[in-house]
Each structure stands twice: as structure tokens, then as C-alpha cells.
Design a protein around this ligand. Sequence first.
Ligand SMILES: CC(C)(COP(=O)(O)OP(=O)(O)OC[C@H]1O[C@@H](n2cnc3c(N)ncnc32)[C@H](O)[C@@H]1OP(=O)(O)O)[C@@H](O)C(=O)NCCC(=O)NCCSC(=O)CCC(=O)c1ccccc1C(=O)O
Length: 337
Amino acid sequence: MSAQRRLQILSNHLLGRTSEDLVSRQATAANNSDVSASYASVDGKPNSYGRVHGAVSREPTNWRRIPIVSREELTDVIYEKAIGEGIAKITINRPERRNAFRPRTVQEMSWCFGDARDDPEVGVIILTGAGDLAFCSGGDQSVRGQGGYVGADGIARLNVLDLQIQIRRLPKPVVAMVAGYAVGGGHILHMICDLTIAADNAVFGQTGPKVGSFDAGYGSTHMARLVGQKKAREMWFLARLYDAHEAHRMGLVNTVVPLDKLEEETLVWCREMLRNSPTALRLLKSALNAAEDGQAGIQELGGNATLLFYQSEEGNEGRQAYLEKRAPNFSKFKRLP
Ligand SMILES: CC(C)(COP(=O)(O)OP(=O)(O)OC[C@H]1O[C@@H](n2cnc3c(N)ncnc32)[C@H](O)[C@@H]1OP(=O)(O)O)[C@@H](O)C(=O)NCCC(=O)NCCSC(=O)CCC(=O)c1ccccc1C(=O)O
């Protein structure tokens, strides 16, 4: 439990606040600001889950900036971790280009996601864009060459496709926090994230066919799973842009909140997930992926089964027997129905 949370519980205790107070106050605050409430109940009173766990904090967090990742100084991305809670935040920082990505931007995002994956203190990752005008406007067309986007080494790449797979396979929830435009490859990035929290100024859509580009991978097939075949064809063939409420109706985003509540609400969603079993979330993500990702999805889910088995007595009996040069005794393990 974080020091901040301990302090909150202590001060609630001293002030005589119960978790019921907190839950009902949170629900009122949520209703007032038109943001989602955390708990539903049959009678409007907090249920036993709410009474036991109390309200999720809506307090802002303190971010610690990490300027160097993989021994490289970040230029295109801001990487931060919340002090005392397991949240990392990756911000595409090219607002003068509506946060369009070039190969270096994608490389830096990949380093940060790698760090967040490896850090056992991190349980959830936010992906966002700098400023209020754009989450990301896709590939930087000014560096688009023959066969991809050209970086400092002069080589053309489509390395954002590797980043999509990295986010998809990352065994922790990734949340897109979207203000402004999420278009082109930026729209695909938010779709790949596990959840999307949209500000009421957010605008979504594909622009590829207008600028001579398309994504025949997750950008079209995963989109069709989210919004259905007809709507996916509309989004790609017409390349229209949709406001946040329309995107919500289409199933592209999880919720829409006022712009000035965007980070507050995103933190609430992150904190709620952090209360839950990390292994349950990990397995659920890989199961949901597996239903779409064919053999690669089964490999990911299978890897998680092995991870769990390696933590079991039965799994360790096999390893121990090998190291002790004896036959393993698997007979002591039950064959469950
Ligand atoms: C996003 C806009 C609708 C915002 O419009 P507006 O608010 O009026 O701002 P602007 O004045 O247009 O923009 C300000 C400034 O930013 C520059 N800029 C914006 N977007 C880009 C961009 N994508 N590339 C380069 N530069 C950009 C703009 O030129 C202005 O600069 P000035 O110097 O002031 O002129 C609007 O900006 C807009 O429509 N932008 C373009 C959106 C777009 O078409 N994006 C590319 C889509 S294609 C793609 O992303 C493919 C990416 C990829 O790598 C890929 C390849 C193959 C398969 C999959 C993928 C994948 O991404 O998954």
C-alpha cells in the first residue's frame, strides 16, 4: 500500500469518515462531473465490495520523470512513473506536429514500454500525447520515404507495426488517454491499447486512404472486432473523422469525460485495475488476445500457463528430480476432474 494511501486512510479515520461516506461522496462527485462511478448497487447504497474497499482516490498523482531509458536520452517522448503507485505514463511529445511519430519516436516508445514491462512496480501503463490538441496524428508524412518512414540512419521503416505487437503482448493493461486528434496510425495505437479514455474534445478516424496509406493488420481487422464489419469499412473507405461521443457509441472508446477531468478519470481507472489481481488481468488480456491472434495468441496464453506451472509444486518436482538425478514423483499430485 502506498504511503499516500496509508495517509488517506489514517486521515479518514481521524476525521471519522467511513468508506460508505467516501463511496457516496465519490458517486456524487462523479455524477456532478458526469464521469463514471466505480460502483453500481441495487439500492443506491454502497455494496459490500464498496464498504470493504472504499472509494478509489481521485487525487492527482506525483509524476517522476525518467529522462534516460535503455541508455538513450529521450527526445520525442516523455516517460514518467507515479511516485508510490504502480502507474507509468508514456507521452508522445511532438505537439508541433500533432504528435505524429517518426522512427525515433516509435523507438523511444518501445524502450519505455520495455522498461514498464520489466519494472515489477509498474502494473498499468498510460499512453498519451502532449497537449490538448492531439493524442497522435499517425506517421510523420514529412519523413515518409519509399517503403516506410526514414530516420537518422537513412533507412525506411514501418517500426510502428512492431510497437503495436509489443503493446498487444505486454502482460499489463495499457490505457490510451486521448485528448484531441487520434487519427491515422495514432488511431490504430489507441485501438491496440486495452482501454481508451477519451476527452470530450477527442476526434477519431483513419486518414490513410486520403494520404496513400493503409493498415491491413490490426488497424483494420482489430477495428472490425471493435466496431463491426460495416462500420470498419465505413471508417476506412470514407476516412471520415468522428467525435468522442460517436466513437463511444461505436465501441471505440470506454468512456468520454470533460477535457479537464481526463487525467483524473484515467488515474481512477488505473487505480481500480491496480486493486485487482495482476495475474488475473494478465491471463484475461492474453485470453482476449488469443481469441483473435491465432497461433501467436495461443503461444502468448501458453506462455502464461507455463509461468503459472513453474510456480507450482508439481512443476518444481520435475525440475528438482532432474537436478537430483532421480525419477520425479508426480503420483502425489491429484488429477483433478
Ligand atoms: C491531425 C489533423 C487533422 C490536425 O489538423 P489541425 O489541427 O488543423 O492541424 P494542422 O495545421 O494540420 O497540423 C499542425 C502541424 O502539424 C503537422 N502535422 C500534423 N499531422 C502530421 C503528420 N501526420 N505528419 C506530418 N506533419 C503533421 C502539420 O503539417 C502542421 O505543420 P505546419 O508546419 O504548421 O504546416 C491534421 O494535421 C491531419 O490531418 N494530419 C495528418 C493525418 C494523417 O494523414 N496521418 C498519416 C496517416 S497514415 C499513417 O499514419 C501510417 C503510419 C504507419 O506507419 C503505418 C504504415 C503501414 C501500416 C500501419 C501503419 C500504422 O500506423 O499502424
